[in-house]
Design a protein around this ligand. Structure first.
Ligand code: PLP
Length: 364
């Protein structure tokens, strides 16, 4: 079976097997990682290794802190403005779809205003705004964007450059929930990167935040301390009991990326091949289509529709029979969506492409 779920998504089989081996008795210590005190020497070693491996994989510079927190990526929709609006200013956003929109809504809910510096809504979210269209407010405290919109399958083909008119820098904040670790990244371009874990990192609920150290002093005084990047950083992400087992599993995924895959350049090449194959199959068919501008097509989430939507049900039922799971599009958009995150092997894409071609020949 191959799992094309958008999230919680497939985990690498090798990671699940390793977790099973270690589940009851972690490396001969006589207990499960789930049963360890987060303050124990053993667990702290697990947590520190996970952080070090992630830092190495992404090349995170030493003046950035890595936090392992909880509450899903959605909690960061509130945590980011709380952490960055303490010295005044307005939150700025690029709106490219459902997730970006939710982040805007939360900032407005908390602080009454949020400036939309650019939006792809005029283009039905089929292409991202061009860099020259980004118009920051004069008091922009930061610019938030979603490099990969998971539901729309819309991805940025550039990293926004963000400067005020006077040349000063506006920190760039990226919700990388559905694209982190899919390839190499220049972390130094960003003020904050955050990602819910359940696509390319590990189990749902866990969130990784990478924050530049100089931004730790911009938090509002009235914010909940559990959401405070400064306090999380000071406590090594252990203000309270962290999601210990999820953090451990994330560590296994980082190890897998390093040793089984060979790092993010290698992962990038695999992801490129996978998405090229799937989009080619879609573009070369009369039955399937994807409307996103070619340069902005997501490598992780590939939505597509059938020329005759009356065939949707059959397509999904037959795919399921063939062991190709969770291809139904998001409930808000319909159609199909194949999420092909890191853990989905190239063979899964090959199997999907073969199935699609066969289905088209029989029903198209
Ligand atoms: N941001 C993006 C880009 C997502 O894809 C998702 C979830 O799928 C979220 C945020 C919300 O994540 P969570 O459910 O962990 O809050």
């Amino acid at each position: 079976h191959y799992n094309f779920c958008a999230g919680p998504a497939a985990l690498p089989t090798a990671v699940l097997e390793r977790a099973r081996e270690e589940m009851l008795d972690y490396r001969g210590r006589g207990l499960s990682v789930m049963e360890m005190s987060h303050r124990s020497e053993e667990y702290v070693a697990i947590a520190e290794k996970a952080e070090a491996d992630l830092r190495e994989l992404l090349g995170v510079p030493s003046h950035y802190r890595i936090l392992f927190t909880q509450g899903g990526a959605s909690q960061q929709f509130a945590a980011v403005p709380w952490n960055l609006l303490g010295k005044g200013g307005t939150a700025n956003f690029i709106d490219t779809g459902i997730w970006g929109h939710k982040a805007i809504k939360e900032a407005r809910h908390l602080f009454g205003e949020a400036h939309v510096a650019a939006s792809s809504a005029d283009h039905s979210h089929l292409e991202v705004p061009r860099p020259e269209a980004i118009a920051l407010s004069s008091d922009a405290a930061y610019l938030h964007f979603t490099p990969n919109e998971t539901i729309g399958g819309l991805a940025f083909d550039y990293t926004p450059q963000v400067q005020r008119d006077d040349g000063s820098e506006v920190p760039l904040v990226a919700d990388m929930s559905s694209s982190i670790l899919s390839g190499p990244l220049d972390v130094s371009r960003y003020g904050i990167i955050y990602a819910g874990a359940q696509k390319n990192i590990g189990p749902a609920g866990l969130v990784v935040v990478i924050v530049r150290e100089d931004l730790l002093d911009r938090a509002r005084d009235d914010m909940p301390s559990l959401f405070s990047y400064r306090e999380l950083a000071a406590a090594g992400s252990m203000i309270n009991t962290p999601a210990t087992y999820s953090w451990y599993l994330a560590g296994l995924v980082f190890e897998w990326l390093k040793s089984d895959i060979g790092g993010l350049e290698a992962m990038d090449a695999i992801n490129q091949r996978k998405s090229d194959k799937l989009y080619a199959a879609i573009d070369n068919s009369a039955l399937y289509s994807n409307p996103i501008a070619v340069a902005n097509r997501s490598r992780m989430n590939v939505p597509f529709v059938l020329a005759d939507s009356r065939l949707d049900k059959e397509f999904l039922a037959e795919a399921d029979q063939a062991g190709l799971l969770n291809l139904k599009g998001h409930r808000s958009v319909g159609g199909m969506r194949a999420s092909i995150y890191n853990a989905v092997p190239e063979a899964a894409v090959d199997a999907l492409v073969a199935f699609m071609s066969d289905f088209e020949q029989r029903r198209g």
